[in-house]
Design a binder for this molecule. Structure first.
Ligand code: FAD
Length: 652
């Protein structure tokens, strides 16, 4: 739509990061284009831009999509008209996004004014100003590192009209008498006694009409824009952990034989999952809509809405039942954003509850929001329990709850080894009860899958034997999430090392199955050595794949190193606890394979602690073996990553 080659107006770029620091699919073509090395350093000299990167600092390459574009545009002569913002989902995107957007209006205004002046049309600036009059009065200097201080929550309207100078609420009304500790529902001074700066009420833009109960809900495939979906039966479910293990890991087998779904070992795929049925029922009840659950709802953009650029949310069908929307379309467990809290204030009748909701979305209550909403993982249902007089309308939920995302899983099998069968492995995610929630919860997808396959989990069937498989009526809807790099080396003679503790072992089972089959089929090929570092808590509770020994015995796996972090040992020299400790013991081999033999190094599993621990160990090994300082060693590791020989597939 825009031709950056000639664009004279300021350009705003908002870009997320995916995979291993890659730009999102929709930006790939663009990034590739600007990375063309034949472009001259003044290629974008005419361009002024502001960039907002969205990322998660728990991943190694934080905001790398944004950083890559920013760096390259700078190299090509483009100018910032506004400071780059890098928002971190780990602490809350809004901490940077909100002030960044606020400051953007002023920056745009300035750039337009300057442009007009240059064009000698300074008399026309009033028109520009008035076109921006809806913009907030912003803090002039935006210092993104002290974003909380700079949070400017008023949005639209005249500056001071949004400042609510409220009658001080008697704190005894907010919590139990004598309660001096703040909580989700209770505030203490100074917040409880402050005048509050609260955000402007977001304009409503969705209209829902209840129809009748006739018709059919859309197919789940219509919810997905990323490609073809496949509805496939679950043919096997195996519990890989013992009953006394801390986490429960399940392996599921899907029958993909009758589909064109294809994958390579190392790929991940997505499972479309519903919200928990009890939570949906509870929400219907709180909203007073239990009777309407099976009614079809027509969702439209409200005529004459003040919301700029309001469009029909892509993840909501134009016509489907209320239950369908709450079950398949909206992430009910999402942490409510401040704008949502602001909207909920208007649906709350009790004055004390109202005040607390105002506090939680106000500038003065920013740290309460972080502590009692974000860090406590509070969701809509928790709020509705805590603030019983809050009765939001359905359109508000549709406006503010994000899309229920499909969950990704790494394939744990090889199509060559077991054609038509796809394995994957997951831990059932469990959240214990807490002050804001009386009951424990399971993860949306893993909890649902566990319940779905419970009938298949008969103890006698608890085997990984690939033959047979139970005819099952349970089906799941999946679609591909191809991974372009986390694959076996193209040349089978190249050696490689795999590091996969816990469920991180999953893709490596696929690698090994594949490798075993290749070895059987091509006896004349040369195969490089293979190493696997696996770790778990206890040898007898969560050693997910004892069958690894078979790969070792038949030569598919050359070295298997396993460590147990919670088993006590009587050995004189304590054995390594974690995979990163085990890797350090084999420093010479790691250095030989990575630095001398052009080998590959794969890491899969827990994104923060394990993946960082492993890369630290590898940096130390490189530094020691090459006799270079740590900085040099980090550069070598960066080169290995760049060459796609140090590969990570990590998740939380
Ligand atoms: P959710 O309900 O989505 O909850 C998960 C997260 O939400 C928690 O970890 C936590 O951060 C947060 N959360 C939500 N509510 C609370 C609360 N009340 N208290 C505390 N925290 C809360 N997983 C595997 O097990 N195996 C795999 O092979 C695998 N492969 C993956 C591959 C890729 C490329 C990616 C991106 C992810 C992969 N994952 C894998 C992770 C998987 O996609 C899911 O995130 C995971 O299974 C949890 O999904 P869920 O819906 O059950 O949990």
């Amino acid at each position: 739509q825009y031709n950056l080659e000639t664009e004279k107006d300021p350009v705003v770029i908002v870009i997320s990061t995916t995979g291993t620091g890659d730009p999102p699919d929709t930006a790939r073509k663009f990034v590739k284009k600007i990375q063309d090395t034949t472009l001259l350093p003044d290629h974008f000299a005419h361009l002024q831009y502001g960039l907002l990167g969205l990322g998660d600092s728990e991943y190694t390459f934080f905001c790398n999509g944004g950083k890559t574009v920013d760096r390259r545009l700078q190299e090509l002569g483009a100018q910032h008209f506004y400071d780059t913002g890098l928002a971190d989902d780990c602490v809350g995107l809004e901490l940077v996004v909100d002030p960044w957007i606020d400051g953007l209006w002023l920056a745009l205004k300035e750039v337009f004014l300057l442009q007009k002046e240059k064009e000698g049309m300074s008399s026309d600036v009033d028109a520009v100003s008035s076109s921006l009059s809806a913009a907030p009065h912003v803090v002039h200097e935006l210092n993104l590192s002290s974003e909380v201080q700079n949070l400017k929550l008023e949005d639209g309207g005249v500056r001071n009209s949004d400042v609510l100078t409220q009658k001080l609420v008697d704190i005894n009304l907010v919590g139990s008498v004598g309660d001096t500790e703040p909580s989700l529902v209770h505030s203490v001074p100074p917040v409880s006694q402050s005048a509050l700066n609260i955000p402007a009420l977001p304009p409503e833009y969705i209209e829902v009409q209840f129809q009748d109960t006739h018709g059919e809900n859309p197919h789940l495939s219509s919810l997905i824009s990323e490609g073809t979906t496949f509805e496939v039966p679950v043919t096997k479910a195996v519990q890989l952990t013992s009953e006394d293990a801390i986490k429960t890991a399940l392996l599921l087998e899907l029958d993909i034989a009758d589909t064109v779904f294809d994958y390579q070992p190392g790929d991940a795929f997505c499972v479309i999952c519903p919200n928990n049925v009890n939570e949906v029922e509870e929400l219907l009840q709180i909203l007073g809509l239990t009777e309407k659950g099976d009614y079809f709802v027509c969702v439209k953009v409200k005529q004459g809405t003040k919301k700029k650029g309001a469009t029909h949310p892509q993840h909501i069908p134009e016509r489907s039942t209320l239950k369908f929307i709450l079950t398949w379309c909206l992430e009910l467990r999402a942490i409510p954003k401040k704008a949502f809290l602001r909207a909920l204030v208007e649906c709350t009748s009790d004055a004390v509850e109202k005040r607390r909701l105002q506090e939680l979305c106000s500038r003065q209550g920013a740290s309460d929001y972080t502590r009692f909403i974000r860090e406590s993982n509070v969701c809509l249902l928790d709020l509705l329990h805590a603030f019983p007089s809050c009765k939001p309308s359905l359109n508000l939920l549709i406006e503010h709850l994000p899309k229920l995302q499909a969950r990704s899983y790494s394939v744990s099998s090889s199509n060559l080894y077991q054609p038509g069968k796809l394995w994957f492995v997951f831990n059932i995610v469990e959240f214990p009860a807490c002050p804001t929630r009386a009951v424990s919860w399971k993860g949306v997808c893993t909890g649902w899958l566990a319940e779905l396959v419970a009938p298949l989990l008969h103890p006698n069937k608890n085997t990984l034997d690939t033959k047979g498989g139970n005819p099952s009526t349970e089906k799941v809807c999946i679609f591909a999430r191809p991974n372009n790099t986390f694959h076996l080396p193209g040349d089978p003679s190249v050696p490689f090392m795999m590091v996969g503790p816990g469920t991180g072992i999953s893709p490596f089972i696929g690698f090994l199955q594949h490798r075993q089959k290749l070895r059987e089929e091509h006896t004349d090929w040369e195969f490089g050595e293979t190493w696997l570092f696996f770790g778990c808590r206890h040898q007898h509770r969560d050693y997910l794949f004892k069958q690894l020994k078979c790969f070792l015995e038949n030569g598919t796996l050359t070295h298997l190193k396993v460590c147990f972090s919670r088993d006590s040992s009587t050995a004189e020299v304590a054995p390594p606890k974690y995979v990163q400790d085990a890797i350090r013991l084999y420093a010479k081999e790691v250095a030989r394979i990575l630095l001398k033999e052009g080998g590959y190094f794969y890491v899969c599993g827990d994104k923060k602690h394990m993946a960082d621990g492993v890369s630290d160990a590898v940096v130390d090994i490189i530094s020691m073996e090459m006799e270079v300082d740590k900085l040099e060693a980090m550069k070598v590791l960066a080169m290995l990553r760049e060459a796609k020989r140090y590969l990570q597939d990590v998740w939380s």
